[in-house]
Design a protein around this ligand. Structure first.
Ligand code: FES
Ligand SMILES: [Fe+2]
Length: 373
């Protein structure tokens, strides 16, 4: 692939990857026995998400299978949702129809064969995750939901006690721009400057080793860059040489970073979730056992991360102005190589879904990338 290969020809037309788990909303937004106050959209699908009276989360398509009324406008009794238009009732978990009030006793419509769309839904690390399956054949209604093929992703943790925190921000761009923005090393010195952090002058040459992993790639375990975020804090705990970090990207949108320093660890799982084709959301969830005895530790960490996420959000907001008129774009080596791998992984996944066969990983083997940042 030539180094200035145009970006357009690698972007699979802002397609979104179905058949994966996605983060829907923070678990704290769901009250027992209630529907979420805010509407959720994932991959352009409107969802109504709630928690039953036992505390179990569920996700349904926010459209009644009768005449499309949003079920989020209906009544929820902690177990069933009643549509506000003609009063059909649905089981909140399976979506199965339980009652059609307009039927007279002689009318033998098999209501248990009618389903509102429902989605596998799990709670992990303070977030509600929803599995968005591959779309069924066009025009078909919903039927009994299939379970998800895998459990929802989880943050790796390395001790029994830890703290957990999250940050979330809406990004006004396609999921592809959100993801490549996340893995782009070259914007750091320009976007993430601060007197207490780093300046443009701290830019220097870096070498990082990468290797292919299933449906993704790994920046191999290494001593973190001296200007990376948690690293500066970690140096308070351990000597610099004992600190290692591993960063993985795995389809469809998972970036995990694990930093270990002796018995201390910091682990984060960042996702960029497609809302519509021009809108996505970044959620950073981190777990750590570092600052348990320091009162300001978690606040400090959250402050640093909030600054970073806000700088990225603001940058992408401005970038979206430039992208409105579909300019010509390019990806250059080596700094944009991870972005190229992302597009390669995504098209391999789309290809496999379409035609079956093996997943064709875009990386032939381990490789070292060099850039200045
Ligand atoms: S539209 Fe929901 S019951 Fe008729
Ligand atoms: Fe950034």
């Amino acid at each position: 692939m030539p180094d200035d290969f145009p970006l357009q020809s690698q972007t699979p037309d802002a397609l979104m990857l179905f058949g994966f788990w996605y983060r829907a909303l923070p678990a704290s937004q769901l009250r027992r026995g209630q529907l979420a106050k805010t509407k959720t959209t994932l991959l352009e699908q409107p969802l109504v998400i709630g928690r039953d009276r036992q505390g179990q989360a569920f996700a349904l398509r926010d459209a009644c299978p009768h005449r499309g009324m949003p079920l989020s406008c209906g009544q929820f009794d902690g177990q069933q949702i009643e549509c506000s238009y003609h009063g059909w009732k649905f089981d909140a978990h399976s979506g199965q129809c339980q009652l059609i009030p307009s039927l007279v006793p002689e009318q033998t419509l098999k209501i248990d064969r009618i389903y509102a769309g429902s989605y596998p839904c799990e709670e992990r690390d303070d977030f509600i995750w929803v599995f968005i399956p591959d779309p069924g054949p066009g025009g078909a209604g919903f039927s009994k939901p299939a379970p998800a093929p895998t459990p929802a992703p989880e943050i790796p943790k390395f001790s029994e006690h830890y703290k957990l925190a999250y940050l979330t921000a809406d990004l006004p761009c396609s999921v592809d721009h959100g993801i490549i923005g996340l893995m782009d090393p070259a914007h750091g010195p320009f976007v993430h400057q601060a007197w207490w952090w780093r300046t443009q002058k701290s830019i220097h040459e870096k070498h990082k080793n990468f290797e292919p992993i299933p449906y993704g790639f790994r920046m191999s375990a290494h001593t973190p860059s001296s200007n990376s975020a948690p690293y500066k804090l970690l140096r308070l705990y351990a000597d610099a040489d004992s600190i290692t970090t591993t960063i993985d990207f795995v389809l469809p949108n998972l970036r995990s970073e694990i930093i270990r320093a002796g018995k201390y660890w910091f682990s984060s799982l960042t996702t960029v979730t497609p809302i519509t084709r021009n809108q996505c959301r970044i959620d950073v969830v981190a777990a750590w056992n570092l600052f348990r005895w320091i009162p300001f530790g978690p606040e400090l960490l959250k402050f640093v991360f909030a600054k970073f996420v806000e700088q990225d959000r603001r940058t992408m907001e401005i970038q979206s102005e430039g992208l409105k008129h579909n300019p010509h774009l390019m990806l250059i080596g080596d700094a944009d190589r991870p972005a190229k791998w992302y597009f390669g992984l995504k098209s391999a996944m789309l290809e496999m879904k379409k035609n079956g066969g093996e997943f064709r990983h875009p990386m032939a083997g381990p490789m070292t990338l060099r850039w200045r940042s």
